[in-house]
Ligand binder design. Structure first.
Ligand SMILES: O=C(O)c1ccccc1N[C@@H]1O[C@H](COP(=O)(O)O)[C@@H](O)[C@H]1O
Length: 205
């Protein structure tokens, strides 16, 4: 069996269909203007309209304004939201869509307390912390900081690659894994060879 996989940073339809062919469960679209993986709401919705059924498109925002979020999600009921900034629970809940809240893990954090502040989240995503960069850093964090008694499905992110994904799945046993830079040819463009290797490595019991 394979762990569920979200491939983030999709910017074109060819990559979207390619990662679906290789078994991706969810595709992430980055609506953070400073990211090299930014995609416009129009282009992303055009891609989402071409996705096969049973694939979840995930709209990633970092402290975005409501109008910007609406421009994306109001065009298609399939969107799930990934809040990757400092949004509080009421802001996340406001859109009445399934969402995951991302946390960038620091040693001093109490991860359980962070998660408990978002009872309405469908899942939590744990990513590496790097000062001044909200995500997509390509860096791993110390997985031993993850408590074993999380009460939400865990999406593990941060520096995953075809080389380390097997160990991640075995050691952390997450609900799903999320990768962006680890399967790229260059920022915003996916490598079919890396995607294939990543999916093969994401096997679990
Ligand atoms: O991908 C980005 O550019 C990005 C920008 C701002 C916030 C989050 C972003 N991506 C998310 O970061 C993690 C880890 O990415 P990586 O695999 O280490 O490159 C992942 O959740 C992406 O969804």
């Amino acid at each position: 069996m394979r762990c569920r996989v979200k491939i983030c940073g999709i910017t074109n339809v060819e990559d979207a269909l390619m990662v679906c062919r290789h078994g991706a469960d969810a595709l992430g679209f980055v609506f953070y203007a400073k990211s090299p993986r930014y995609v416009s709401p129009e282009k992303a919705n055009d891609i989402v309209a071409q996705l096969p059924p049973f694939i979840t498109p995930v709209a990633l925002f970092v402290n975005a304004e409501e109008a910007e979020i609406r421009t994306v999600i109001d065009r298609n009921p399939r969107w799930m939201i990934q809040f990757h900034g400092d949004e509080d629970e009421s802001a996340c809940l406001h859109y009445q869509r399934p969402y995951m809240k991302a946390f960038r893990v620091k040693k001093e954090d109490n991860i359980i307390d962070l998660i408990d502040a978002y009872p309405s989240a469908s899942a939590v995503l744990l990513d590496a912390y790097k000062a001044g960069v909200p995500g997509g850093t390509g860096e791993m964090f110390d997985w031993s900081l993850i408590p074993s008694n999380l009460n939400k499905p865990l999406v593990l992110a941060g520096g995953l690659t075809p080389e380390n994904v097997g160990q991640a799945v075995e050691q952390v046993a997450p609900y799903a894994i999320d990768v962006s830079g680890g399967v790229e040819l260059s920022k915003g463009l996916k490598s079919e060879a890396k995607v294939t290797a990543f999916m093969n490595g994401a096997k679990c019991e």
